[in-house]
Design a protein around this ligand. Structure first.
Ligand SMILES: Cc1cc2nc3c(=O)[nH]c(=O)nc-3n(C[C@H](O)[C@H](O)[C@H](O)COP(=O)(O)OP(=O)(O)OC[C@H]3O[C@@H](n4cnc5c(N)ncnc54)[C@H](O)[C@@H]3O)c2cc1C
Length: 391
């Protein structure tokens, strides 16, 4: 068993860390945060340096590397700053669905400009009445000659305010049994690509965290898009989304890993420098033990996330688990305790990390839904196989 990164992976992690440490400064982060602004310039820079294309095909200028390399970049970006790191990651993460199911033409059209930093992607499955339960969509798509016609409303779409293309989960067969008859359709922001109808985007303001991203409601009124905007097979839409979520959850775990590591580093530094009762607070056992536990928890998140990425790249198994998501929250919460009253204010960054990180338990399927999936698998597994191969 070899737990070490390859030389190339080590170089990628180091380079991502150096770039993020140099560019994701506190001043910039607070400015984006308070202005509720996407860090477009840093996204562009990250693309130009090749960090975004790592996991995208070579044919369109990517590196053709695995999820592991992506995880290392996401970890380093979020370690440097939760808000900037998550905003950049979320800008290209949805496009994985195009990578998985898109035609070569769709790769060229959507992914190529994205990894060059010119396009931002978004995925819209959630609806006002369909959140955790995606077994039927109220948003419909109708085939008509050379086009598709979309009607309905989506909510909570990340990047809604500036995404160049949206992957929209729609019901194409309303008679189909639950979980069937859905399709993923690509909708471009540019109205010149529409063949008729309306597409309205309304910002949903005042969210708790990831305030450098936009969240929006999408309203489709008889929106007509060309037939070639079908992504993958007609009727396989939900499976496209579920396949995406299997992999994207591993990268979301990397967000929580980086967020926790960044909070831990800040807390450790503070505990060594802050004196009360004439001694550094790290020397009070209550604080020292907290830091030791934070460190141990980070190791558990790290190795679970890395193992999940490795399994994803080398085997058919896709698992991220919910532990990284829940454990990161505990680490960041402890960092706030170490900072005392200072931890409650924006300037020390740990409160922002807490708010930013909270979403990892909700998007890409809530922790509760992920636990349901796990228990479903555990119920089905042969106990001998479980005992011999998985424990
Ligand atoms: C900031 C943000 C960004 C998002 N980005 C996107 C995006 O880009 N694209 C997109 O399509 N969606 C996005 N979402 C939506 C997100 O995926 C959903 O909010 C999430 O899946 C939960 O759906 P819901 O909010 O409707 O909650 P509900 O499904 O109503 O759930 C409410 C509560 O009930 C629990 N629950 C539901 N069903 C079960 C069950 N069977 N067993 C146990 N507990 C259950 C849930 O875990 C939750 O705690 C985003 C959400 C937020 C807040």
């Amino acid at each position: 068993m070899d737990f070490s990164l390859t030389r190339e992976q080590g170089d990628i992690k180091r380079a991502a860390g150096e770039f993020a440490k140099g560019e994701f400064t506190s001043e910039r982060a607070i400015e984006y945060e308070l202005n509720h602004e996407f860090p477009k310039d840093l996204y562009k820079q990250a693309c130009e340096l090749g960090f975004i294309g790592l996991n995208y095909p070579k044919e369109i200028g990517g590196e053709g590397l695995g999820v592991m390399e992506n995880v290392l970049v996401v970890e380093e970006f979020c370690k440097a700053d939760s808000g900037i790191g998550m905003a950049i990651h979320l800008a290209y993460l949805p496009a994985k669905i195009v990578k998985f199911f898109g035609t070569p033409e769709q790769h060229r059209k959507f992914l190529k400009p994205m990894i060059q930093g010119d396009y931002i992607s978004a995925v819209s499955f959630t609806e006002p009445d369909h959140g955790s339960d995606l077994t039927a969509m109220a948003t419909t798509v109708e085939e008509k000659e050379d086009r598709f016609i979309i009607n309905g409303t989506k909510i909570f779409t990340t990047n809604a305010g500036y995404a160049d293309f949206f992957i929209v989960l729609c019901q194409n067969d309303q008679e189909a049994k639950r979980g069937h008859g859905m399709s993923t359709i690509l909708v471009e922001r540019d109205p010149s690509t529409w063949l008729g109808g309306e597409f309205e985007i309304n910002e949903i303001p005042n969210k708790m965290g990831i305030r450098m991203t936009s969240s929006g409601e999408l309203v489709f009124k008889n929106l007509e898009v060309p037939r070639e905007n079908l992504l993958g097979e007609l009727g396989r839409g939900l499976l496209n989304i579920l396949d995406f979520l299997d992999e994207s959850r591993i990268e979301i775990a990397a967000q929580s890993l980086g967020n926790a590591e960044g909070a831990f580093l800040k807390a450790l530094n503070h505990a060594k420098g802050r004196k009360q009762f004439n001694q550094p607070i790290i020397d009070f056992q209550g604080i020292g033990h907290k830091l030791a536990r934070m460190w141990s928890r980070i190791q558990s998140i790290k190795w679970l996330t890395y193992q999940s990425a490795w399994l994803c790249d080398h085997t058919p198994r896709k698992m991220a688990g919910t532990i990284p998501l829940l454990t990161a929250k505990e680490v960041i919460d402890d960092a706030i305790t170490v900072f005392g009253g200072y931890g409650y204010f924006l300037e020390q960054e740990v409160e922002r990390r807490y708010r930013d990180n909270r979403i990892v338990e909700m998007y890409e399927g809530t922790v509760e839904v992920q636990l349901n999936n796990m228990i479903r698998i555990l119920k089905r597994l042969n106990p001998d196989f479980l005992n011999a191969s998985l424990l």
